[in-house]
Write a protein that binds this ligand. Structure first.
Ligand code: ZN
Length: 208
């Protein structure tokens, strides 16, 4: 990590604190979930390595990869690999040049709702003040749509299913029976999106 610029070190620290917060909330059980930031060096991404218990996650568990998802020589080591879901992170960075953070959580509520609503391919939220936690949403009166795609073990299949949803400019998406992806221009913005969606999931459950 010492090879990172001062700004990147700060962003990595912020990411680590977000990971600890999600773990504390119970949104990253059983070594699941993954998180990343775009580094200042073009084409480099810092991402959580695979298989680590997020309640014991350390800054040294963040590894450098390139845009193809390959582990950079600075991070290479025995047993060190990035998550199988790395391809989703790299695809999101490619699609949205302005974003600098991608977060993926597995909360019980998000997972349950994603199966419940998978046949409608989306969950809609309206009239909740918290929706303003999503960037660009100015009023509780707008409706927020969170797309749902089927779960696949092949990441390109998940991405292919997301393809028709991009024109709706979603702030994230759910993978059915699996978890939530969201992103932002900063770690703080992406974290705010996770918290906003989780709050909306609670409200949806109460309305069931
Ligand atoms: Zn996952």
């Amino acid at each position: 990590m010492s090879n990172l610029s001062f700004n990147d070190q700060q962003k990595a620290q912020e990411l680590l604190e977000a990971i600890q917060f999600f773990s504390h909330k119970g949104w990253s059980p059983a070594t699941s979930t993954n998180y990343s930031i775009r580094l200042e060096t073009p084409g480099k991404i810092l991402i959580s390595r695979s298989g680590v218990d997020k309640s014991r996650f350390l800054k040294t568990d963040l590894i450098v990869i390139n845009e193809q998802g390959e582990v950079d020589p600075v991070s290479a080591g025995a047993g060190i690999k990035s998550s199988a879901e790395t391809e989703i992170h790299t695809a999101l960075y490619q699609r949205f040049p302005k974003i600098n953070c991608v977060l993926h959580t597995h909360s019980v509520l998000g997972t349950w709702l994603s199966q419940k609503y998978v046949k409608s391919w989306e969950i809609k939220f309206q009239d909740w003040e918290i929706q303003k936690g999503l960037s660009g949403i100015q009023t509780h009166l707008s409706s927020v749509v969170l797309p749902i795609v089927n779960n696949h073990q092949v990441m390109s299949d998940i991405l292919a299913e997301m393809e028709p949803n991009w024109e709706r400019q979603p702030h994230g998406f759910l993978i059915a029976g699996h978890g939530l992806y969201t992103w932002g221009e900063t770690v703080a913005e992406a974290k705010r999106h996770i918290e906003t969606f989780e709050f909306l999931f609670e409200l949806k459950r109460l309305g069931e």
